[in-house]
Every structure is written in structure tokens, then in C-alpha cells.
Design a protein around this ligand. Structure first.
Ligand code: FAD
Length: 469
């Protein structure tokens, strides 16, 4: 058996390699995905430069060792987990912000930079990097590009792909490719950058990114509106969008989510609260004042039980508190929390939430739904007090997830709005995509990685025997 840890230690030095017997090795066999199957990597290699990443990929290609890239390990679908016999290549030490250019409105960064750190650095210079995954305090910008991460502000500003102008990537075998641009526009050649973003480490390792920045909006304000039921919340959202309102954030949460945060939240939800909507607008103060007025009037007209508005950062944070508490409260209350991130056409949100409640009744599994109503991207949480290590519990939870996926697709939706596919959703891909579409994706992957050693087995299901014959 190849002693890949020893070979990499000789090449990069022992400080770069976490090998067998090291107390931290198991950490690289886990991420934030629900009900993962655990096996540690042969080793984890913590690269500090493009050259080191390329050297690792050269060595692994020569020895046919699979490599799984890893940023911060906050992924929720197993994308960064090692494959049997494979290693993990971590970018956690590549944390330099190389350049922030206010004139060109770009930043050049290494992949291990934590997203929130980049946001603070550009905001200190009156600029704005909009993509805001809820994990921004600890996830990496390389991981965001690899998963095409979204966040609450995606409704107005779009997802990570729209902010990646250029990439440097190290490919299996050690070739380094620089593609893309640092200009605001550019249509020269095929768009390799857009094609690479969202590939979940299956094409290569991102070693540098050129990201697009915006001028910081002059002001922002937040509104929390509480409704007796989902139908009321849905009606208010539809009315506001039809009137042309474009909030930067438009979040929704169901009664189960409210009931779980109620004991912890400083905001006292009305006893009959059945749905909550959180909106955020930004722009010039005068335009914002008009938007805030419109939101207040429309929510009142449509029977909101309570509407709160905040302009100052501390007050706005207080309104966000209830939304931010949902996920940790659910995690605390249940031993198993499968957080799916399905996406349905905006007009089907209320129906989708009703269908999730139906799944809950049919399966006896508790649910809580919250998420990004502006994008139709809902976090459907399937919850259980049972033992997560019990195979029967795993089977039951995934069977419920499959029902949720079936309803999603029946409503014209898609399996994943932001987390990606990794391994946890890979085997459901056929519910949504035809064998022809999957086959084109396999061909595309093999163009970048003919040896199929770059994070193999992720993102796309393997060919069935029938179609490989
Ligand atoms: C509490 C919480 C909240 C979250 N909220 C959101 C949210 O709002 N929106 C959202 O989109 N996601 C969210 N996520 C999921 C996760 O944070 C994102 O998917 C994030 O983009 C992953 O970044 P990471 O650095 O942790 O990547 P990892 O988990 O390390 O890796 C994720 C994938 O990217 C690949 N990868 C990582 N780095 C590279 C690289 N340099 N080159 C090539 N491939 C690479 C890996 O192989 C893997 O397939 C959340 C997760 C948690 C735990």
C-alpha cells in the first residue's frame, strides 16, 4: 500500500501533513453533513501555496491516490469528506487577502480566507462583498466558490458565482491554470470560471480567486412581520413583490421554527404566531424610507399580527436574532437534524411548506421549515430524538427526505438551492435529471480530470450498469 502520508511529508515537510495516529486526523473525516458515514483520510495535507497544492496533485496522480479538497469543512452534503484510501487537501492555511482595489472594485484572495473576514476587510474600505452564507463566520471563500454558496442577500445580489471573476486552479497531475479576468465585463472565450464554480472540488483545487466588489450601500433597514399563518405571510410577500419591491433579504419561517426559538428569543412572539417574515432593504435613505412605509402598510393590510422596523445596526441585529436562533435551537432540541435546502418556484412556497407538513404527518417525523423566500430556497429540517447511529433511523430519515424531494420536483423545484450535492444527495439526482443530462456532466468532469481522482464519487451518481454497456 502506498505510504502517501510519508511521501507527502518528505515533499512538503512534516508540519504540512496530518498522518495516521495524529489526534486531529479524524477531524478531516467529518464535515457538517447530516448522518455522515465516517472514515478518516489516509492523511490530510495542509498546503500553504499554489506550488504545494500542485505538488500534492502531481504526487497523487502518479500514485493514483484520490484527493478531496477541503476549505473550512462547513459543507452540509459530504463534499469535503475523503473517499476510501484518499487524502484531504486542506486550504485552511492559505488565508492571504492579496489585494483590495477600490478603483477596479476587485479583491484577490487565497481560498482559505474566511468569508466574513473578507467582508469586514472590504467594508472597512467602504466596499461590499454581498454573498452571505449563514456560515460566513467560519466558511472559506474557496469553499463558497466550490459550492456556489448563496445566502439571504442572494435575492437582490445573487450568489457566489456572480462575484467570481477569475480563478487560479491546480489540476490533478499538477498543472496550474489561470482563467477569467479582473474586468467588470468580458466575453472572451468560453466562461471556464463560471463552469468551475459549483463543481464541489471534483474538477480541481481553487488556489486563488479574483472577486468582484460593489460600493457599500449607504444605508440598510430591517423589518420583522409576524402572521397567524403561512397563507398570510405568503400573501404579503406576493403583494410586495408584485408592487416591485426588491428587498435584499426576504426570509420566512414556519410555526414549528417559531415555537422552537420562542423560549430563547428576546422578541416575544404573539401566542398565535404561525409564520414570520424578515425583510431587509438597502439603498439611499430617501428611497429606503418609502420602501419601509410600503412594507409596513402592506403587512398591516394583510393582517400581520405585529410589524417591527429597525434602522440602527444594534436594533437590526436584535430583529435578526430570532431568525439566527432557529438552526441552533433545533440542533439543541433534537439528536438528528437533516437540513435539506430544496428550492421551488417562488409562487409554490406556501404549497411546499404544506406538503412538508403532510410528510411529517405521514412519517411521524417532526419538521421545521425556514429559509430564503425571495429565492424559493427552503431549509426543510427533518428532526428526530432517536439515535443517529441506528441504521433504522438513518433509513427512516432518508426515506422522509426522499418524499420531500419528490414533492419538490413535482412543484417544479430542484434538490439543492445552495448546499450542493456532495454524497448525501447524489443518489437522488436521478429523481430530477435525466440520464442524458447526467452523462454530459460525467463527460465534463472527465475532461478536467481524466483519471477521476479529483474528489471522485461526489456530485454526480455513477453510471448504472445498463447505461455504461
Ligand atoms: C451553520 C451553517 C450555515 C450554513 N449556511 C449556508 C448558507 O446560508 N448558504 C450556503 O450556501 N451554505 C451554507 N452552509 C454550508 C457551507 O457553509 C457552504 O457550503 C460553504 O460554502 C462551504 O465552505 P467550506 O469552506 O466550509 O467548504 P468545505 O465544507 O470544506 O467544502 C465544501 C465543498 O467545496 C470543495 N472545496 C472546498 N474548498 C475548495 C477549493 N479550494 N477548491 C476546490 N474545491 C474546494 C470541497 O471539496 C467540498 O466539495 C452552512 C453551513 C453551516 C454549518
Amino acid at each position: 500500500m502506498t505510504d502517501i502520508a510519508g511521501i507527502l511529508e518528505r515533499e512538503l515537510g512534516s508540519a504540512a501533513v496530518i498522518g495516521p495516529g495524529h489526534e486531529r486526523l479524524d477531524d478531516y473525516g467529518r464535515d457538517e453533513s447530516p448522518l455522515p458515514e465516517f472514515h478518516p483520510p489516509a492523511c490530510a495535507v495542509l498546503v500553504e501555496s499554489t506550488e504545494q497544492a500542485a505538488a500534492v496533485l502531481r504526487i497523487c496522480k502518479e500514485r493514483a491516490v484520490p484527493v478531496s479538497p477541503r476549505g473550512a469543512g462547513s459543507g452540509m452534503c459530504g463534499g469535503a469528506l475523503p473517499v476510501p484510501g484518499g487524502i484531504v487537501l486542506s486550504t485552511e492555511r492559505m488565508t492571504k487577502i492579496k489585494e483590495i482595489d477600490a478603483g477596479d472594485l476587485v479583491a484577490v484572495v487565497e481560498p482559505g480566507v474566511v468569508t466574513g473576514v473578507l467582508q469586514e476587510a472590504v467594508e472597512a474600505q467602504h466596499m461590499f462583498y454581498p454573498p452571505d452564507p449563514a456560515s460566513l463566520a467560519f466558511c472559506s471563500i474557496g469553499g463558497n466558490a466550490a459550492t456556489n454558496a448563496g445566502g439571504p442577500r442572494a435575492f437582490k445580489y445573487g450568489v457566489t458565482r456572480e462575484y467570481i471573476l477569475g480563478l487560479e486552479v491546480a489540476l490533478m497531475g499538477g498543472e496550474v491554470l489561470r482563467c477569467g479576468r479582473r474586468t467588470a465585463k468580458g466575453v472572451t472565450g468560453y466562461d471556464l470560471v463560471a463552469g468551475f464554480v459549483g463543481t464541489e472540488g471534483t474538477f480541481g483545487v481553487i488556489t486563488e480567486l479574483v472577486v468582484k466588489l460593489l460600493p457599500n450601500p449607504p444605508a440598510a433597514a430591517t423589518v420583522l412581520a409576524v402572521f397567524a399563518d403561512m397563507a398570510g405571510a405568503g400573501a404579503a410577500i406576493s403583494a410586495l413583490l408584485r408592487e416591485g419591491l426588491r428587498p435584499r433579504v426576504l426570509e420566512i419561517a414556519d410555526k414549528s421554527s417559531i415555537d422552537h426559538v420562542r423560549p430563547k428569543s428576546r422578541y416575544r412572539f404573539p401566542a398565535n404566531a404561525g409564520a414570520v417574515v424578515l425583510l431587509e432593504v438597502d439603498g439611499e435613505p430617501d428611497a429606503m424610507a418609502l420602501m419601509m412605509e410600503k412594507i409596513g402598510v402592506r403587512c398591516d393590510d394583510l393582517g400581520a399580527l405585529d410589524v417591527l422596523a429597525a434602522h440602527e445596526p444594534a436594533d437590526r441585529r436584535a430583529l435578526w436574532e430570532a431568525r439566527r436562533l432557529i438552526s441552533p435551537s433545533l440542533k439543541e432540541a433534537y439528536r438528528v437534524k437533516v437540513n435539506e435546502d430544496i428550492c421551488v418556484p417562488r409562487g409554490r412556497i406556501v404549497e411546499m411548506i404544506a406538503r412538508v407538513q403532510q410528510v411529517s404527518l405521514e412519517t411521524g417525523i417532526d419538521t421545521a421549515v425556514f429559509g430564503h423566500a425571495g429565492d424559493g430556497n427552503l431549509h426543510v429540517n427533518l428532526l428526530s430524538h432517536d439515535d443517529p447511529d441506528d441504521p433504522a433511523v438513518r433509513t427512516k430519515m432518508w426515506a422522509a427526505a426522499e418524499r420531500v424531494f419528490a414533492h419538490t420536483i413535482a412543484l417544479g423545484g430542484t434538490l439543492s438551492g445552495e448546499h450542493g450535492i456532495g454524497t448525501t444527495k447524489r443518489d437522488y439526482m436521478r429523481m430530477e435529471q435525466s440520464e442524458q443530462v447526467l452523462e454530459w456532466q460525467r463527460r465534463w468532469k472527465l475532461m478536467w480530470d481524466p483519471s477521476n481522482l479529483m474528489n471522485p464519487g461526489k456530485k454526480i451518481p455513477a453510471r448504472t450498469k445498463a447505461c455504461s454497456e
